[in-house]
Design a protein around this ligand. Structure first.
Ligand code: B12
Length: 266
């Protein structure tokens, strides 16, 4: 039993890190529903490219019992690229995502057994009941949204992958951080983009009603970015030496904006 709510949050963070996560935070689900992605989602055109299930606009519903979100990040460093290879026929898609799923399962089991707290594992795809992971991470204080439109963390830069677990209990949330690494930066991420996806301001605050838009200023074109993802799929390769499920075919999605970012390089 814990004396104060923040002690329970600290214990959850510690435990989740023990299970293998690098960064962990907690968000109140009602606050998450007011995040920028939620605010503009209804006004955006339906996206059916890579990373969606191609099923049209989802309804954004989560389990009614969920009160808090435990959001976690796993480092995906440049010198361990296979962690991020999309493996066709491999449950979880990438090895990194598989590790995150295992961490989530362990935290869920621990919360149930040690604290009688119910949880719900949230899927990756928004269409299947997943949430906007970057928004959750920003609100929880894991980092900020950079000019790359990625979550940029002080410790690991943007080279992380995210996963979330919903808990049926109101936990003390962690707080956003005061961190602005993009101020004065020469926009290495934007210059590195092979499709020039950051060259044009597509999101206007007059249209979407907010100024916290993709890439800080609305300069992000997800269709161009998606074109690169599709080209990466077309270039997918067979890899040797490792059993990765029913197929050894891997897709190496573009990570140029991530790798160009100087933040968190060790
Ligand atoms: C669909 C999807 C894609 C699509 C479309 C992306 C898009 N932005 O629309 C495509 C295939 C193009 C794509 C590309 C990539 N993706 Co992707 N993608 C997703 C997915 C499944 C959903 C994202 C989504 O629909 N967002 C909703 C749209 C409306 O918002 P948005 O463009 O992201 O912009 C919002 C934020 O910037 C936020 N925001 C802006 N300012 C602020 C300020 C505050 C305070 C807050 C709270 C929020 C906030 O509000 C914006 C909306 O206004 C997520 C996983 C998930 N469940 O969240 C992964 C995810 C976002 N992708 C990820 C990655 C790594 C990539 C790629 C590098 C490819 C790769 N190698 O994996 C590129 C990078 C693209 C880029 N520079 O943004 C990671 C990001 C990790 C990180 N460090 O941020 C995620 C979280 C998946 C993961 N496994 O962890 N992706």
């Amino acid at each position: 039993m814990f004396n104060a709510p923040h002690e329970f949050t600290s214990e959850i963070i510690l435990k989740t890190k023990e299970f293998g996560a690098d960064l962990v935070g907690v968000v109140n689900i009602e606050e998450l529903k007011r995040s920028p992605s939620h605010s503009i989602f209804e006004r955006l055109d339906t996206y059916t490219g890579v990373g969606s299930k191609g099923e049209g606009k989802p309804s954004l519903t989560w389990p009614k019992s969920a009160s808090s979100i435990i959001i976690m990040a796993l480092e995906h460093p440049e010198d361990n690229e296979p962690l991020d290879w999309w493996r066709v026929g491999f449950s979880g898609g990438t090895r990194g995502n598989r590790i995150l799923m295992e961490i989530v399962e362990n935290v869920a089991k621990w919360l149930k057994e040690e604290h009688s707290v119910g949880t719900c594992m949230l899927p990756y795809h928004i269409e299947h009941g997943g949430l906007f992971l970057k928004d959750a991470a920003v609100i929880a204080g894991l980092g900020i949204i950079g000019k790359s439109n990625l979550l940029v963390t002080p410790q690991l830069g943007p080279r992380v992958r995210l996963r979330a677990l919903a808990a049926d209990i109101e936990l003390e949330p962690t707080s956003p951080i005061d961190f602005n690494p993009c101020r004065g930066c020469q926009s290495f991420c934007r210059k590195a983009c092979p499709r020039n996806a950051f060259n044009e301001k597509l999101y206007l605050s007059e249209k979407y009603g907010i100024d916290k838009l993709p890439g800080r200023d609305g300069n992000y074109n997800r269709s161009l970015c998606n074109l690169q993802m599709e080209a990466d799929i077309a270039k997918s390769k067979e890899v040797d030496g490792e059993e990765v499920g029913s197929s050894r075919e891997v897709v190496r999605y573009c990570r140029k904006c991530e790798f160009a970012c100087p933040v968190g390089i060790r």
